[in-house]
Design a protein around this ligand. Structure first.
Ligand SMILES: Nc1ncnc2c1ncn2[C@@H]1O[C@H](COP(=O)(O)OP(=O)(O)O)[C@@H](O)[C@H]1O
Ligand SMILES: [Mg+2]
Length: 272
């Protein structure tokens, strides 16, 4: 049974009287990575937010989202967010409380979801920060969000998500503010989590180097709809739609490929 099953998902804006996304249908098994690509405004973040029950209240969500055999309700989304469904948002700055230190926020999260207190929670936080290669983790824990760069906050958010070891991670542009080295490290950590815990990953990315390195399957979004959904290699080698070809050509020129990681990626026999 797929871990995630999405059928005919649409998000409607009653004010503009239009669908922001429509006809979104896919399923994903555990230990698989689905990447979502598409031009800006094509609806990628709207899908991600619907999947974790964070759609703005002014919008209407229709269709079925099933996680691990259970239909996603807003109550379930709230309960599962963090421990079972990890979300790495596009907007790292707003994901943190500005008046609490990074350490406090990390430890509070680990206490709430994992029951870790005091030294245990602190050790867990340090391990997480080390895994995303943030320097001086003890010092960093004493700092406030505004004292960190966007890229550092993004890595803290990834550290928290990884250390909660969720069943599924939905990451919206997780490497957008990172340099090439940190991009590689973050991808390695997400891949490691997938291999070790069997987590399912949904990664939205403009960076085709990242996508080539990590994705088993690929969804191409265009104007709120899914244009293609295949194994990643198939879309990279023989895209069906002219729009996909155009997107790949433009983006491949902009993205430095992560060759080493790409070679590491296991290719499995799979058809969607
Ligand atoms: N809360 C909202 N209310 C109305 N329109 C929205 C809202 N959020 C996103 N949109 C619109 O939905 C479309 C898709 O946006 P988004 O999912 O953020 O695209 P992407 O992540 O692919 O760049 C855009 O036209 C955007 O303006
Ligand atoms: Mg977006």
């Amino acid at each position: 049974m797929p871990f995630i099953d999405v059928k005919n998902l649409s998000v409607h804006d009653p004010i503009q009287q239009k669908n922001l996304v429509a006809n979104i249908t896919f399923s994903l098994y555990k230990q698989r990575c689905l990447a979502v690509i598409g031009e800006s405004g094509s609806g990628k973040s709207t899908v991600a937010k619907a999947l974790i029950g964070l759609t703005s209240p002014s919008l209407e969500v229709k269709g079925a989202i099933v996680f691990d055999g259970e239909k996603l309700t807003s109550q379930m989304a709230q309960q599962w967010r963090g421990k079972r469904i990890g979300y790495i948002s596009q907007d790292a700055m707003n994901a943190f409380n500005p008046i609490e230190t990074i350490g406090h926020q990390m430890m509070e999260t680990f206490q709430q979801h994992l029951g870790l207190r005091g030294k245990e929670g602190k050790a867990h936080a340090i391990t997480g920060l080390e895994r995303v290669h943030l320097k001086n983790p003890h010092q960093l824990m004493k700092r406030y969000p505004h004292e960190l760069s966007g890229g550092m906050l993004q890595r803290v958010m990834i550290a928290i998500t990884i250390m909660l070891s969720p069943d599924v991670i939905i990451a919206d542009e997780p490497t957008a503010s990172l340099d090439a080295y940190n991009r590689r490290e973050v991808i390695t950590q997400l891949q490691r989590l997938k291999e070790e815990t069997g987590a399912a990953l949904i990664i939205i990315s403009h960076d085709l180097g990242v996508v080539q390195a990590i994705a088993d399957e690929l969804v191409v979004m265009h104007q709120g709809e899914m244009l293609e959904h295949h194994i990643a290699e198939k879309i990279f080698t023989s895209p069906e739609h002219p729009q996909t070809k155009h997107l790949l050509e433009t983006r491949l020129r902009l993205s430095a490929p992560i060759e080493a990681l790409r070679k590491q990626k296991r290719v499995r026999a799979f058809s969607c």
